[in-house]
Design a protein around this ligand. Structure first.
Ligand SMILES: Cc1cc2nc3c(=O)[nH]c(=O)nc-3n(C[C@H](O)[C@H](O)[C@H](O)COP(=O)(O)O)c2cc1C
Length: 219
């Protein structure tokens, strides 16, 4: 008997041998602790197969009503990356010089970011993620942002554990990405993810994560 009004299959088993769960959880957390946002990329190309498998992992994410409201545009063509950078820098210059509030600029200051976005050209692969807000089977997809956010989380984790560095980049506004990526209006850019290996001299801000007793509550 099943509560589902459609065909069912047995739930897949992902059995972790007895006594290994803690070690696996620890190893995964340790791996994730080494992820850092990188903004300077080496020119070395990223194997297409690695990106394909990472995207496959991302596409396994849960989504509201299983609508899977995401599109991943993978850009490796240098000319397309140059157009992406030029369009992004035009928007970002406007943001940093006119639209950003003093509080926002203050929050960004320790990260050393400004309107220049060389990583959009330097990273060998740039993945632009779109939210899909309409489709033949789902005129009103539910929980689009939540679903796409989870898929991007899976993507970042998959790329990281394959030894690749990423940057979670959110230009503001993002409308220009529809044109650069040739996506229709019902799709809205969610995030831009340059992917590659860190440049030899790449540095990252010396920041830390909050201790768990500040962010986790056990009841
Ligand atoms: C939703 C989101 C948007 C972000 N946007 C940008 C961005 O536009 N530019 C940038 O340089 N970093 C961006 N970041 C990266 C954050 O600055 C970075 O994750 C944070 O400083 C923590 O550093 P870590 O990723 O190395 O742990 C973004 C991160 C997230 C999650």
């Amino acid at each position: 008997m099943s509560q589902y009004p459609y065909p069912v299959v047995p739930a897949p088993r992902f059995d972790v041998p007895a006594g290994q769960a803690v070690e696996r959880a620890r190893a995964f957390a340790d791996t994730m602790t080494l992820r850092r946002t990188v903004r300077d990329f080496a020119p070395d190309p990223v194997p297409r197969e690695v990106v394909d498998h990472a995207l496959r992992a991302a596409a396994t994410a849960p989504s509201g009503a299983n609508v899977q409201p995401w599109r991943f545009v993978v850009i490796t063509d240098p000319d397309r990356k140059r157009r992406l950078r030029e369009a992004a820098e035009a928007e970002e210059r406007e943001f940093y010089e006119r639209r950003a509030s003093p509080e926002w600029l203050e929050a960004l200051a320790p990260l050393g970011t400004d309107w220049r976005k060389p990583f959009l050209e330097d990273a060998p692969t740039v993945i632009v993620v779109f939210e899909v807000h309409k489709g033949p089977h789902s005129p009103r997809p539910y929980y689009v942002k939540e679903s796409v956010g989870i898929a991007v989380g899976f993507l970042l984790a998959a790329l990281h554990q394959a030894g690749l560095a990423t940057l979670t980049h959110t230009p503001s506004p993002m409308k220009f990405l529809n044109e650069v990526c040739e996506r229709p209006q019902e799709e809205r850019a969610y995030v831009v993810v340059p992917v590659g290996y860190p440049a030899d001299a790449a540095m990252v801000p010396d920041i830390t994560k909050k201790p768990l007793d500040e962010t986790v509550i056990h009841l």
